[in-house]
Ligand binder design. Structure first.
Ligand code: F0G
Length: 502
C-alpha cells in the first residue's frame, strides 16, 4: 500500500485537521489545505476535531475525570444506550428496548454480535435438547408402564430408540453455526468478522480459524431459502400419541445470524432496496435467524437519519455502531441487541479493558448532542448536502457518459463509479484500468492537481467514495466540481500525461 501511495504521489503526511480540511506542509514549511472527501472512511460525520468534541475532551482531561473505572457505577454508559433507544423509538416507531454492549472498534462490535448470536443459538439449542430429553423420558415411562408401544422399527425397544435419538442428536448438535452475509459486504478484519467480509483476499487465508458464512446475492434474497435447504439439519424427537411412540424431526437451529449493511461502504456504496430488505427479513423470520444491521459506516447521521436502515424500514435484531460514534477522536463501538433476543447472561461474556471508558462515553454524549440538536438539524443537513453532491454527479455523468457510469448512495455516503476504461487508446490509462488501478490514479491526480482527497475501495476499484462531514460548504462542493470536470475532460481526451507525467 505504501508503495502504491508513493507511486501516485499521495503519500503525504497530514499535520493538522479541522472540519473538512487536512493540511500538509510543503517544502517551505507552509500548510497546504486539502479538502477531505474520504472523511476517515465515514467516521468523520462531524469532521476533523469538531470544536464541541475537542472541548469535551479538553475539559474531561482538565478536570481529571476518570477514564477507567471498571466495576463501578458507569451511568454515562446507560445514558448513551437510553439516548440511542430514544432514537430507535423515533426512527423505527417501536417501543421495544435494545441493550448495549460496548467495545473498541467496528470489527469488535461485529464480533460482539457474532458471539451473542452464537450464545443465543446455543441457548436455543440447549432448550430444544432439554425438551427432547423430557419427551424421551415420558416415552420410556409410558412404555415401561405398558400404556404405550414403540411404533418405530426398533422391535419395540424404547431404550434402543432413546439411544438412537441421543446419538443422532449429539452428532447434529456439534455442528458449527452458519452465518449469512451479503455478497459485497465488509464487516471488519478480525478473525471472526473477516469471515463475514466478502472480499476473498481478506477472508480466505483465515477460513480455517472461524465459523463460515454463506454469502447471499443482494438482488436474490430467495437464495437464503435455498441455502437453508442445503444446510438443513434435524434433531430427532419422540412423540407419544394415542399409545404410540414415534420418531419425529425437529428443525436444528443452524443459523446464528445474517449480517448486512443497508448501504455497502467498502463494497462500493451499494444500496439495499426496501423490497430486498423486506424479502431478506421474511426469509430470516422463517428460519428464526436474527438480522444484524451493520451501521458502522452508514450510521450516526450521514445518510439523513441516525440509522440508514430506518430509511428503508428495516428494523434489526442487532445494530453495530462505531466510527462516527467516537466523534472522529475516540475509538469506541457499541452493539445494540433487541430486548426480545438479548441474553442477560451475555453481560460478562464479552468485556474489554477500554470498552465503556469514561472519555469515549463523554465524547459519544457530545456526538449525540450535536446530532440531535435543533430537532435533528444535522440529519437534514446531511440529506441536503448529499442532494447537492448528487446533483453535481448527475450533471457530470450527463456531460461525460463515456467516462462516468453512475452515482449511488444516500446523503453523504456516496459513490461515483467510473466506466471500465480497459479499452482506452492511451496505453498507460489502459494498463492502469486493466490492473484495477484507475481509481487510484484518478485519486492521485485529484490530490496533486486539486488538493482533493478521496479513494476507491479495494472491493470496488472504479468507484470513488465521497463521505465528507455534514459541514461541507458550497465552496468545497464547487472545488470538487472544478476538479471532477477537469478529470473527466482529461479522461475524455485520453490525456494520460496529466495523470502520469510525460
Ligand atoms: N463494518 C463496516 C460496515 C465497515 O465499513 C467497517 C470498516 C467495519 C465494519 C470495520 O470497522 O475498521 O473500526 O474495525 N470500514 C472501513 C472501510 C475500513 O474501508 O470502509 P473497524
Amino acid at each position: 500500500m505504501q508503495d502504491l501511495l508513493t507511486l501516485l504521489g499521495i503519500d503525504v503526511e497530514y499535520v493538522r485537521g479541522e472540519g473538512n480540511t487536512l493540511y500538509f506542509l510543503d517544502e517551505t514549511g507552509h500548510e497546504v489545505p486539502v479538502i477531505d472527501y474520504a472523511g476517515g472512511y465515514g467516521a468523520l460525520v462531524l469532521g476533523h476535531n469538531h470544536p464541541e468534541v475537542v472541548a469535551t475532551v479538553e475539559s474531561f482531561l482538565r478536570d481529571r475525570r476518570p477514564v477507567l473505572g471498571q466495576a463501578s457505577r458507569q451511568p454515562a454508559a446507560g445514558r448513551v444506550v437510553a439516548r440511542l433507544n430514544d432514537i430507535v423509538r423515533r426512527e423505527f416507531d417501536t417501543a421495544e428496548p435494545y441493550y448495549g454492549v460496548f467495545s473498541n472498534s467496528g470489527a469488535e462490535s461485529v464480533e460482539v454480535a457474532l458471539k451473542h448470536a452464537e450464545f443465543d443459538r446455543q441457548l436455543r439449542l440447549r432448550a430444544l435438547l432439554e425438551e427432547i430429553a423430557e419427551h424421551v423420558e415420558q416415552a420410556r415411562e409410558a412404555v415401561r408402564a405398558g400404556t404405550a408401544v414403540v411404533s418405530d422399527g426398533t422391535d419395540g425397544d424404547v431404550e434402543a430408540l432413546a439411544e438412537r435419538v441421543r446419538a443422532a442428536n449429539s452428532a447434529v448438535a456439534a455442528r458449527p453455526p452458519v452465518f449469512l452475509a451479503l455478497e459485497g459486504s465488509f464487516h471488519g478484519k478480525l478473525v471472526g468478522s473477516v469471515q463475514l467480509t466478502h472480499n476473498p483476499a481478506y477472508r480466505t487465508p483465515f477460513g480455517a480459524m472461524a465459523a463460515q458464512a454463506r454469502f447471499v446475492p443482494v438482488d436474490q434474497p430467495e437464495a437464503i431459502t435455498k441455502i437453508a435447504q442445503e444446510e438443513r439439519a434435524v434433531l430427532l424427537d419422540l412423540r407419544l400419541k394415542d399409545g404410540r411412540v414415534s420418531v419425529v424431526e425437529r428443525d436444528f437451529p443452524q443459523f446464528a445470524a445474517l449480517f448486512m449493511e443497508v448501504i455497502q461502504g467498502e463494497g462500493g456504496i451499494k444500496e439495499v432496496t426496501e423490497q430486498q430488505a423486506r424479502r431478506i427479513r421474511q426469509a430470516c423470520a422463517a428460519l428464526d435467524c436474527p438480522i444484524v444491521v451493520d451501521e458502522i459506516q452508514s450510521g450516526m447521521g450521514r445518510t439523513g437519519a441516525f440509522f440508514a436502515s430506518s430509511l428503508i424500514g428495516l428494523r434489526a435484531d442487532y445494530y453495530t455502531l462505531a466510527k462516527g460514534l467516537g466523534g472522529g477522536i475516540a475509538k469506541t463501538a457499541l452493539t445494540l441487541i433487541r430486548g426480545g433476543r438479548f441474553r442477560r447472561e451475555f453481560g460478562l461474556v464479552h468485556t474489554s479493558t477500554f470498552a465503556k471508558d469514561g472519555l469515549s462515553l463523554a465524547v459519544t454524549h457530545t456526538v449525540l448532542d450535536v446530532l440531535e440538536d435543533r430537532d435533528g438539524q444535522a440529519y437534514r443537513q446531511a440529506a441536503e448536502r448529499g442532494a447537492r453532491l448528487v446533483d453535481l454527479f448527475r450533471s457530470l455523468i450527463k456531460a461525460h457518459p463515456e467516462v462516468l457510469k453512475e452515482v449511488r448512495g444516500k446523503g453523504l455516503m456516496l459513490g461515483l463509479e467510473f466506466r471500465d476504461l480497459s479499452g482506452a487508446t492511451a496505453p498507460r490509462l489502459r494498463e492502469a484500468a486493466r490492473s484495477d488501478l484507475l481509481g487510484y490514479v484518478v485519486a492521485g491526480y485529484l490530490l496533486r492537481a486539486h488538493r482533493i482527497r478521496t479513494f476507491p475501495t479495494a472491493s470496488a476499484v472504479n468507484t470513488l467514495r465521497f463521505e465528507p462531514s455534514i459541514y461541507l460548504t458550497d465552496g468545497e462542493i464547487d472545488a470538487l466540481e472544478r476538479a471532477l470536470r477537469d478529470v473527466c475532460a482529461r479522461l475524455d481526451d485520453q490525456d494520460e500525461e496529466a495523470f502520469f507525467g510525460p
